[in-house]
Design a protein around this ligand. Structure first.
Ligand SMILES: Nc1ncnc2c1ncn2[C@@H]1O[C@H](COP(=O)(O)OP(=O)(O)O)[C@@H](O)[C@H]1O
Ligand SMILES: [Mg+2]
Length: 322
């Protein structure tokens, strides 16, 4: 048990160095090469917090999460999760944490979801009443009812991911790590996943560390965001501060009924056109509604969508501002 004052996750001066052998062009021998995937990382997460963990590809996010689960051992520094050193006591920690990797599944490919959950139940020796209660909650909130008897291989990516998230929560973990859980998901599944995570965090007080490329995930779920780049913490604070630091923009993508010259509306900046489609940038903190109204008043619209700034862009602007 962690005492109430103790952080749920504590990372102190953590490093992870990979030794890789690469075949260099024109050389016979493979060259040894060291990659500092995580490079002097320190942060703490208090119990019950939901934190976004973002950064460009290769920044060290997944490596961090693997060290927090005990899959990887740090090359230096200290990690404590729920008072446990993950790489020393991985089995004991596994009862206290849940993990979801967006790019792979922990479910059994040939089994229906229901049977996978039974296996999870046995693995963690989850007691009957608790299992029934947790499964019912997951089924309802993630809309899994019609999917329970479908073999995992027949599920869509979004359905499978919802199934995976449920599997990670059946044993009531105190900490949940999610590594890109919404990558490649359709809009409906994304919304279900977000709603579910919010409920789990609010009702069970689960501590959540969420890696994502989708800033909407962060905006709807996290009051705090950590930005990592080249294995180092670049920012730790509110999302507002990140937008302010990055001075970032959202993009309104508009399909007009026909091809038009670049449109001009107050509060937005024309970015590009492609046939009848145009891209307009506006400050991330502003509402899109007045822009849409102004456009619709002038030209017939067929469709539109709002794109959040890409995390890479936000971070690039952060550097520009610094
Ligand atoms: N098992 C490994 N062996 C060698 N290099 C690795 C290994 N895992 C990750 N890396 C390297 O470490 C860096 C960080 O990777 P990763 O943590 O997966 O980044 P992210 O999840 O932020 O995209 C990258 O340069 C990656 O190529
Ligand atoms: Mg990753």
């Amino acid at each position: 048990m962690t005492q109430s004052g103790e952080p749920m996750i504590a990372v102190e001066d953590v490093e992870k160095v990979f030794d890789v052998r690469r075949k260099a062009a024109g050389r016979l021998r493979r060259e040894r090469h060291r990659v500092r995937a995580v490079d002097g990382l320190s942060f703490t997460v208090p119990r019950g917090e939901m934190v976004g963990y973002i950064g460009p590809n290769g920044a060290g996010k997944s490596t961090t999460i693997k060290m927090l689960t005990g899959i990887l051992t740090p090359s230096g520094g200290r990690v404590l999760v729920a008072g446990i050193d993950p790489s020393r006591d991985r089995a004991r920690l596994s009862r206290r944490i849940g993990v979801v990797f967006g790019q792979r599944t922990t479910l059994w490919w040939d089994l229906p979801l229901r049977d996978s959950y039974q296996l999870v139940r046995r693995m963690y020796r989850i007691e009957d009443a608790r299992y029934a209660r947790n499964l019912a909650a997951c089924v309802e909130l993630l809309d899994l009812g019609p999917l329970l008897d479908v073999p995992v291989r027949q599920l869509s990516l979004g359905q499978r991911m919802r199934g995976d998230i449920a599997a990670a929560l059946l044993h009531d973990p105190e900490v949940l790590y999610l590594d890109e859980p919404t990558i490649g998901l359709d809009v409906v599944s994304k919304a279900k996943v977000r709603g579910f995570l919010r409920t789990v965090n609010a009702e069970r007080g689960t501590t959540v560390l969420l890696t994502t490329h989708d800033l909407t995930d962060i905006e709807t779920l996290c009051s705090r965001v950590m930005v990592i780049d080249h294995g180092r913490l670049m920012y730790d604070g509110g999302l507002d501060g990140l937008h302010a630091a990055g001075d970032s923009e959202r993009t309104l993508v508009v399909d007009f009924a026909r091809e038009l010259p670049p449109v001009e509306v107050p509060g937005a900046r024309w970015v590009r056109s492609e046939g009848p489609r145009q891209w307009l940038a506006f400050p991330a903190g502003d509402s899109a509604a007045p822009l849409v109204a102004a456009l619709a008043a002038r030209h017939p619209l067929v469709d539109l969508s709002v794109r959040e700034p890409a995390i890479e862009d936000v971070i690039a602007r952060m550097y520009g501002a610094a």
